[in-house]
Design a protein around this ligand. Structure first.
Ligand code: DGL
Length: 269
């Protein structure tokens, strides 16, 4: 029995670590499409095709529920997949909605009309494709009114992380935060809208300052998944857990161990 977790590469491991710690009795089958990462510079049709292919791989291995632990894939493909119709008994969830529900002080799955919320100025850091999609602003508008969002496309950060160059990634974070602050000098909250960014979360927090609340997507996704599985206990699937990559398993395993500081062995998808 396993729940599928999908990301373009290593970023979804930040979500995986949180869901494993929140749901220790559940098995997870992780798939990183490292061969095609980064996703954040691709167009939406390309992202849709790559995401559908990866989700199908996880469904074929017995997962009934797949979490798109990738904002870029969620932004480009989630609604399109759900609206196009899913195979019988299969479900796919994204990582945007739990984050927005937390930001707008909602219970998980609360679909009541939009209302005023405490936070008024939000900085969104995400990949160029996620920023271009405006999916975050669209989902936010369904739930809140009067929130000013300034989005910063963080070019290069994911590439640097996938290459294992955290010094470059942190330098890029500082320059993207500076660029954001030129547009919005005093954000109240910051959303790290890419699952790779928790790996450089400290650099974001330091550059933003202690007064800015940085939302941790991984923990919010873990809480919302726990709630979903309580309401849908039949979605645990039939397959076995593990780690799959479309890239080079040895190289991806080394990078994963570097980031999560534990031994993780990937197999070829
Ligand atoms: N980690 C992914 C996200 O959450 C995308 C990174 C990429 O491949 O560009 O957006």
């Amino acid at each position: 029995m396993a729940v599928g977790i999908f990301d373009s590469g290593l970023g979804g491991l930040t979500v995986l670590a949180a869901v494993q710690s929140r749901l220790p009795e559940v098995e997870f089958l992780y798939l990183g499409d490292n061969l095609n990462a980064p996703y954040g510079v691709r167009d939406s049709d390309d992202l849709f095709a790559l995401t559908v292919r990866s989700v199908n791989m996880l469904w074929d291995r017995g997962c009934d529920l797949v979490v798109l632990a990738c904002n870029t894939a969620s932004a480009a493909a989630l609604r399109r997949m759900q609206e196009g119709g899913l195979p019988e008994g299969k479900r796919v969830l994204g990582v945007f909605v739990p984050l927005i529900e937390a930001l707008t002080e909602r219970q998980w799955g609360d679909n009541s009309p939009p209302r005023e919320v405490a936070v008024k100025h939000v900085a969104l850091f995400a990949t160029p494709a996620t920023v271009a999609s405006r999916a975050f602003q669209r989902e936010l508008a369904f739930r809140a009114i009067g929130v000013d969002v300034e989005a910063q496309a963080c070019g290069g950060v994911v590439d640097a992380i996938e290459e294992g160059d955290l010094i470059l990634a942190e330098a890029l974070v500082r320059s993207h935060v500076e660029a954001l602050k030129r547009k919005m000098p005093d954000p109240q909250a910051a959303v790290l809208g890419c699952t790779h960014y928790p790996l450089v979360a400290q650099a974001f927090q330091e550059a933003l300052g202690p007064q800015v609340r940085v939302f941790s997507q991984a923990d919010l996704v873990a809480e919302s998944l726990a709630d979903y599985l309580t309401r849908h206990p039949g979605m645990l699937g039939t397959g076995a857990g593990g780690y799959l990559t479309t890239g080079d398993p040895g190289r991806v395993s080394d990078r994963a161990a570097q980031f999560l500081r534990r031994d993780i062995r990937f197999a070829a998808a």
